[in-house]
Design a binder for this molecule. Structure first.
Ligand SMILES: [Fe+2]
Length: 346
């Protein structure tokens, strides 16, 4: 068995592979680590066949769909998961084959309705990937959409904790950098598991007052639809456009070569408060409506600018997509331009 743990902040994901066939699965992949997964898989000579999400995550962006697309793998989730792009939907007790390894889905609703633990059946050592059902020294919360403390109690005490106490647990989160724990250790010392009476457990979970995760609505939207986060949209725009440095643009403006258009894509009020010498105003929201009349020549050199360099990147990528083959975005925005003490006119 090959097992790699990948940490991204407090999120943990795992590459689980069969040492004999080199077939592997990634469990709970996170979007910012896609290149790491690919690197690790090729370093270990693994073919990723499955991208498994233990549940619909509300606190990070899943990379399951992206990995499945890039590596020709199958997205695996519970039958109840809302995401429309799932290739293989599992019922309680279903098993998937990862080469010679057998990984069994154990439905453990509570943190979310679609929460599932994955139990490694075939290796000599016993392992369970617990998602957010059971953490080291904790459990997943039950106050987010589809969460239910009563069902979590049943999933833990009626199901998960009945596995062999020697089973090693691999949660989707670890906030204190701890590695390695077993079900037995958790039963003995996990504070949440000391409330063994249903009513006490439910009351404890209901009384927890945990602040909502950052990106809650965006993460749910992206994970349930398989579409993009704002950061991904920006990253794609960045990849689709070249940039010009502030020094380069400033030198070109000083030389008065008149060989490019500085296109300020902010709103009128911001533009009036100070802009680059000779800049043309065209708010981002009007770009597509006005380019045809404003720039009949698609070979014209355009450098876009906004406040922080993000909207200008989207604008430059749009211009490139429209066929303005010499469009670029300023590396930076008005904020950085001002801080650098470069020329501003009103
Ligand atoms: Fe979660």
């Amino acid at each position: 068995m090959i097992l790699e743990t990948i940490e991204v902040g407090a999120c943990r994901s795992y590459i689980l592979g069969c040492a004999k066939t080199h077939i592997a699965a990634i469990i709970d992949p996170e979007i910012s680590a896609v290149e790491r997964y690919r690197g690790l898989a090729s370093k270990r000579g693994l073919a990723i066949r499955y991208a498994i999400d233990t549940h619909t995550h509300a606190d990070h962006f899943s990379a399951a769909r992206e990995i499945a697309r890039a590596l020709n793998a199958q997205v695996v989730m519970n039958h109840l998961s809302a995401a429309p792009f799932v290739d293989l939907r599992l019922d309680d007790g279903d098993m998937i084959m990862i080469g010679d390894l057998r990984l069994k889905a154990m439905a453990t609703p509570g943190h979310t309705a679609d929460s599932t633990c994955y139990v490694l059946e075939s290796a000599e050592e016993k392992h369970v990937f617990t998602g957010d059902t059971l953490l080291i020294g904790g459990t997943g919360r039950t106050d987010l959409p589809t969460g239910d403390p009563d069902r979590l109690y049943q999933s833990l005490f009626g199901k998960l904790l009945k596995l062999d106490p020697a089973t090693q647990i691999h949660p989707a989160h670890e906030y204190k950098g701890r590695t390695g724990s077993t079900l037995g250790e958790e039963i003995a010392s996990n504070p949440r598991l000391q409330k063994t009476e249903r009513a006490e457990f439910v009351a404890m979970m209901r009384a927890l007052d945990i602040k909502a995760p950052t990106h809650l609505t965006e993460a749910l939207r992206v994970n349930m639809s398989g579409k993009k986060s704002v950061a991904q949209l920006l990253a794609e725009a960045s990849a689709a456009t070249p940039f010009m440095s502030m020094t380069e643009l400033s030198a070109r403006l000083a030389a008065r070569q008149n060989d490019l258009i500085v296109l300020d894509v902010r709103e009128r009020a911001q533009f009036d408060a100070g802009h680059l010498p000779g800049a043309t105003l065209m708010p981002r929201g009007q770009l597509e409506l006005r380019v045809n009349d404003a720039f009949p020549d698609p070979t014209i050199r355009i450098v876009t600018i906004c406040d922080f360099g993000k909207i200008s990147t989207l604008a430059a990528a749009t211009l490139r997509a429209l066929g303005y083959m010499h469009a670029a975005a300023l590396d930076g925005g008005m904020q950085a331009w001002r801080e650098a003490g470069l020329a501003v006119e009103k």
